[in-house]
Design a protein around this ligand. Structure first.
Ligand code: NAD
Ligand code: DAU
Length: 363
């Protein structure tokens, strides 16, 4: 008799990276997964439409901080790993109001760790040894780099500068402590900026694609020279799978695209792609829509990731270049009008009014 493989429990799997991870996992492994997501404004079941009828994907709406629900899911499904994507993720929103960031990223992670610890401690020896808790975090916990500073390694001091990055730093510290104190076999990944299909258009790349398609201004904060290290989302998902399979418990792995770009260059590249894809558009050349707006308070100047550890120890490396990934992303947004209409309704409009109207008034 063959027994079916144990599932993994994914949290936040209806968001941008989580949904891409779920789709990749289902396509490339034979293992089922349980997807726990609160469905905040950023969670979207349309991202998971292609696996809606797949028995390997069990979706549960709920909060990582709901200890009773998480305990029930763990007891019922007996996962061999938990991958924690669930978070409030947008820096500008954290500046407008940090409460939800502390609630989910700090308290939610704490409650999830406790639920998982109780489950893990009661597992039989073999399953206990094999169990992993993978915490998905960000390069923003390391703070900001100067133009000539070396890229962030895993030994870089934590210096978070925004309410978002401070809340993620808090969660990373809790994860670390649960390993050192209780022996929970944790893995932490700190990744740079992701882009690709299903990203909520509050973030720079999808916001600029959709505004440009619709002939709206393309808001560039400050002088547009802040630098981010961009990674195509499926490469991040593959890195997480690699760390889950081969990472050493208690270790941290930095993940990035070796692809530093100034924001203004990213915006211009999107404009060029749209000029090419939409030769008949009344908004060509799309660069005309670029509008410099007042800066984000506390805006980190530069992020860069040193990926040598994950490459050397686990053999992961990105497969998609920025040029390929960006064109693929622009094409995806052009081809998914219905998805775009869905996410641009309701709450999205309130956010755009709150963040950008105020910025124009300040200038
Ligand atoms: P996202 O905002 O698109 O998705 C977050 C998901 O978490 C949503 O589906 C939301 O409904 C869910 N969620 C929020 N609070 C929850 C709660 N209390 N319980 C259960 N589910 C909850 O975020 P993303 O961009 O996909 O980021 C995913 C993770 O990766 C986050 O932890 C983020 O910090 C990290 N990260 C993101 C990037 C990036 O560039 N987007 C880069 C590095 C790390
Ligand atoms: O570095 C990883 C992080 O990347 C993740 O942890 C976060 O969850 C994710 O949101 C992202 O944070 P950023 O703040 O770097 O991403 P965002 O897309 O919001 O902004 C990218 C850059 O573009 C940043 O320098 C701010 C700038 N920007 C952003 C917006 C939304 C603009 O110039 N105009 C805009 O309208």
């Amino acid at each position: 008799m063959t027994s079916s493989p144990s599932p993994i429990l994914v949290t936040g799997g209806a968001g941008f990276i989580g949904a891409n991870f779920v789709l990749q996992w289902i396509a490339e492994t034979g293992t089922p997964l349980v997807n726990l997501d609160k469905l905040t404004y950023a969670g979207n079941l349309a991202n998971l439409a292609s696996v809606a009828g797949d028995a390997r994907h069990v979706f549960v709406q709920g909060d990582i901080g709901d200890a009773a629900l998480v305990a029930k899911l763990l007891a019922e499904h007996r996962p061999c790993a938990v991958v924690n994507f669930a978070a409030e993720s947008h820096v500008d929103r954290s500046i407008h109001g940090a409460g939800e960031f502390i609630q989910t990223n700090v308290l939610g992670t704490f409650r999830l760790l406790e639920s998982v610890r109780h489950y893990w401690q009661a597992l039989p020896a073999g399953e206990k040894d094999a169990f992993r808790f993978l915490h998905v975090s960000t390069d923003e916990v390391y703070g900001s780099l100067g133009p000539a500073d070396p890229a962030f390694t895993e030994r870089h001091n934590y210096r978070p500068n925004s309410p978002y990055s401070a809340s993620k730093a808090g969660s990373d510290h809790l994860v670390r402590a649960w390993h050192h104190t209780y022996g929970l076999p944790v893995l932490t990944t700190n990744c740079s900026n992701n882009y690709g299909p299903f990203q909520f258009p509050e973030k720079l790349i999808p916001l600029v694609i959709l505004n440009a398609m619709q002939g709206k201004p393309l808001p560039v904060y400050g002088d547009g020279q802040n630098v981010r290290d961009w990674l195509f989302v499926t490469d991040h998902c593959a890195a997480i799978r690699t760390v889950l399979a081969r990472g050493s418990p208690g270790e941290v792995y930095n993940i990035g695209g070796d692809c530093e770009r100034a924001n203004l260059d990213v915006v211009r590249a999107i404009c060029r792609a749209l000029d090419e894809f939409l030769p008949g558009s009344a908004h060509r050349p799309h660069e005309r829509l670029i509008a410099f707006v007042p800066d984000r308070p506390g805006h980190d100047r530069r992020y860069a990731i040193d990926t040598s550890k994950v490459k050397r120890e686990l053999g992961w490396q990105p497969a998609v270049t920025f040029e390929q990934g960006l064109k693929q992303t622009v094409r995806w947004y052009l081809d998914h009008e219905q998805w775009v209409r869905g996410v641009q309704s309701g709450e999205y409009r309130n956010w755009i009014a709150a963040n950008y109207t105020q910025r124009q008034k300040a200038s």
